[in-house]
Design a protein around this ligand. Structure first.
Ligand code: ADP
Length: 470
């Protein structure tokens, strides 16, 4: 169960994961089906859509239909079609002003409630929910009595918790006794993520390092006590990459294709990108790229702080992102003062994200906190060396070039100076083509395909479905 899945709906990494993991699990023989909200893009993007059953008595008194169709990948999808909740344009979580939809509690409770029984005639053994939007599913199932499906909640980001006023408890069809520290209650509110973490049989998150970090105060966001208490049920499984979508050898979005044995195509991609973005041509100038939501969590204020220094040192910077107004304005203004050296695209553009990975030399991911991160994994495969902060999944996937097995650059403190120190090291390595190529070769040879992670999820599913001792 997930609020987004590429290519139907995607706002970030969760969309990629929700598409790729089911495909990888199906290859292992698991009968995976997605449960998605019936957003216009979902209903419009599914093949062979048909009605399975009516859905009545949803939280808030809503009613609708359960539909079934097929994602472009062939994965079967159930869509919860409640036009009053989902038939609206734009972002799945936010209105046109960037504010949370005021009925988000009903929108995601309806999704969770749809998994309470059977989906048509199909009864899953495991309900695997993603993030706070799925948090009520384990609660509904646990509170509804047995027999019931096993439940897993995967945390993609602790920063988003789905908190709603206490008065929503009744309309959400949650019993009064569940409003407790041993239940859905979180600091006087109904917490969807809290509910999932409390009631799910197992909890996973998207990297081993983040699984450790969220048991402490810095990353636990107030839920560290619960997570530490449930440490025995908590695992970190690193996200993978869908190399059918993200591989420079086959990527249709690139002007030229390339692989580790021949990087001539990458030079072509860089020249084309510089031209497209209005940057001064120059194969010898390292081109740093950013593809990100523009939020403080992503540490992009640090990049903004060193943008001029990158140019003065002889480099170029290309940013693609959308998010906080202050960061959007800040990046636009540095680009205006240096149009031949800094290019900033505010918006969401999937194809440009691919062209940036193809044409860039290094991708900056200075996140303050990063549960897994995908753009550094894509950067590795595209020979666009990741320059990352040592946190969460970034720490688990990039090895600093100071080592003989380096694949990128890693820095520690979340400061512009520490970032600059790593950028400076990237400049120095770039000036020396042989070790730069060797590092690129190691980066491109990394294998973060989904098969390995999918096997870890399968082992977890088995632990929930097999009788003890089997
Ligand atoms: P998060 O999920 O926290 O946003 P991830 O690194 O896990 O971060 O995933 C980000 C995904 O979203 C990647 O597929 C990245 O290419 C994509 N992405 C982020 N911002 C943009 C953008 N402005 N345009 C296109 N793709 C973007």
């Amino acid at each position: 169960m997930t609020p987004e899945a590429y290519p139907l709906v995607k706002t970030g990494g969760l969309g990629d994961v929700s598409a790729a993991l089911p495909s990888a699990l199906r290859q292992l023989g698991v009968d995976v089906r997605l449960l998605l909200p019936g957003l216009p893009a979902v209903l419009g993007g599914l093949a062979r859509l048909r009605t399975v059953s009516a859905l009545g008595n949803l939280p808030g008194g809503f009613a609708g239909r359960l539909l079934r169709g097929e994602a472009p990948s062939g994965v079967p999808v159930y869509a919860v079609d409640v036009p009053l909740l989902y038939d609206r344009p734009g972002n799945p979580y936010l209105d046109a002003d960037g504010l949370d939809w005021p009925d988000n509690h009903f929108r995601f409770a309806a999704l969770a409630a749809a998994s309470r029984g059977t989906l048509g005639r199909w009864r899953p053994d495991i309900v695997h929910g993603q993030d706070w939007q799925a948090g009520l599913a384990p609660a509904y199932l646990a509170l509804g009595g047995s027999p019931r499906a096993g439940t897993i909640l995967t945390i993609h980001n602790m920063a988003y918790q789905g908190l709603f006023p206490a008065e929503t408890l009744g309309p959400l069809q949650l019993p009064p006794e569940s409003f407790s520290i041993d239940g859905v209650e979180y600091w006087g509110k109904v917490g969807f993520l809290k509910a999932g973490l409390f009631y799910a049989d197992r909890i996973t998150t998207v990297s081993p390092t983040y699984a450790r970090e969220i048991q402490g105060p810095e990353e636990g966001m107030g839920l560290e006590g619960l997570l530490a208490a449930r440490a025995g049920d908590l695992t970190g499984i690193l996200n993978g990459v869908d190399y059918t979508v993200w591989d420079p050898a086959t990527d249709p979005a690139l002007p030229a294709r390339y692989g580790p044995a021949d990087l001539a195509g990458k030079a072509e991609c860089k020249a084309a990108l510089q031209q497209e973005l209005g940057l001064a041509p120059g194969p010898a100038r390292p081109l740093f790229i950013v593809i990100s939501r523009l939020t403080p969590q992503k540490g992009l204020d640090l990049v903004h702080g060193i943008a001029e220094r990158i140019v003065e040192r002889g480099g170029q910077l290309a940013v693609l992102g959308t998010g906080d107004t202050a960061l959007e304005v800040g990046f636009r203004s540095v680009a205006q003062s240096r149009p031949r050296d800094i290019a900033v695209t505010i918006g969401y553009d999937e194809a440009l994200a691919h062209r940036l990975q193809g044409g860039g030399d290094a991708i900056l991911v200075p996140s303050r906190s990063e549960p897994c991160g995908l753009t550094q994994l894509y950067g590795l495969r595209y020979g666009t060396l990741p320059l990352v902060r040592r946190t969460g999944g970034l720490a688990d996937s990039v090895v600093d070039a100071d080592s003989t097995v380096g694949t990128g650059f890693v820095f520690g403190p979340p400061t512009a100076d520490a970032l600059w120190e790593a950028v400076e090291r990237a400049f120095r390595l770039y000036a020396d083509p042989v070790p730069w190529r060797e590092t690129q070769g190691r980066a491109m040879a990394q294998d973060f395909s989904w098969a390995k992670s999918a096997r870890q999820y399968l082992a977890l599913y088995r632990s929930l479905t097999l009788p003890p001792g089997a």
